[in-house]
Design a protein around this ligand. Structure first.
Ligand code: HEM
Length: 155
């Protein structure tokens, strides 16, 4: 039962995090670009802040449940294929955490600070932060897919 609960939360964290990134990338961002730039900028700033809170909770749950799932002797053990794949997965996870820190600590505050008012043309600085957010969000989506590829090799 304990193992099933841990697996459940590992899968729930994965679904929320990867599902949220796919929704943001393929549904939210293309949709907000179709409305008034001032309104879309505001919505994008609010959505990015909300999603980064949810994504951090999911990542923390994944790291805790991931450690609980790992057989003790397999952590940092590169003498088996399982250990090597797990290590590669951990490197990608570290990348996700670093990108997340840059998004949450620099890009989202910059985006919100330079947010245009409704009807106002977005400033140069706002567009720059928006571009950075899109680039970093794409990087994390690619890292997420690579983590899933590694996870599928752990079975
Ligand atoms: C972004 C973070 C992570 C994602 C998206 C992720 C995703 C997954 C998925 C989808 C599975 C397969 C389903 C399952 O067994 O529950 C899995 C399995 C696993 N994950 Fe993670 N994981 C993450 C972080 C971690 C961390 C930090 C660790 C270890 C410290 C870890 C260790 C494991 C282990 C040991 C398995 C099970 C392999 C087996 O069934 O034999 N994961 N992960």
């Amino acid at each position: 039962m304990a193992d099933q609960t841990i697996n459940f939360f590992h899968l729930l964290g994965t679904s929320v995090w990867i599902g949220g990134m796919i929704y943001t990338h393929f549904i939210l961002l293309p949709s907000v670009s179709k409305i008034d730039p001032g309104e879309s900028g505001k919505l994008q700033g609010i959505a990015a802040k909300r999603f980064s809170i949810i994504a951090w909770v999911a990542i923390i749950i994944l790291i805790i449940t991931g450690f609980l799932k790992t057989p003790g002797e397999m952590l940092l053990n590169v003498s088996t294929q399982f250990g090597v794949v797990l290590l590669i997965k951990h490197i990608f996870i570290l990348g996700v955490v670093l990108v997340g820190i840059v998004i949450g600590g620099i890009v989202v505050p910059g985006l919100r600070k330079n947010m245009p008012n409704p009807g106002e043309k977005p400033r140069e600085k706002f567009l720059l932060f928006k571009k950075r957010l899109e680039l970093l969000a794409t990087t994390n989506l690619i890292l997420g897919i690579l983590i899933l590829i590694c996870a599928s090799m752990l079975w």
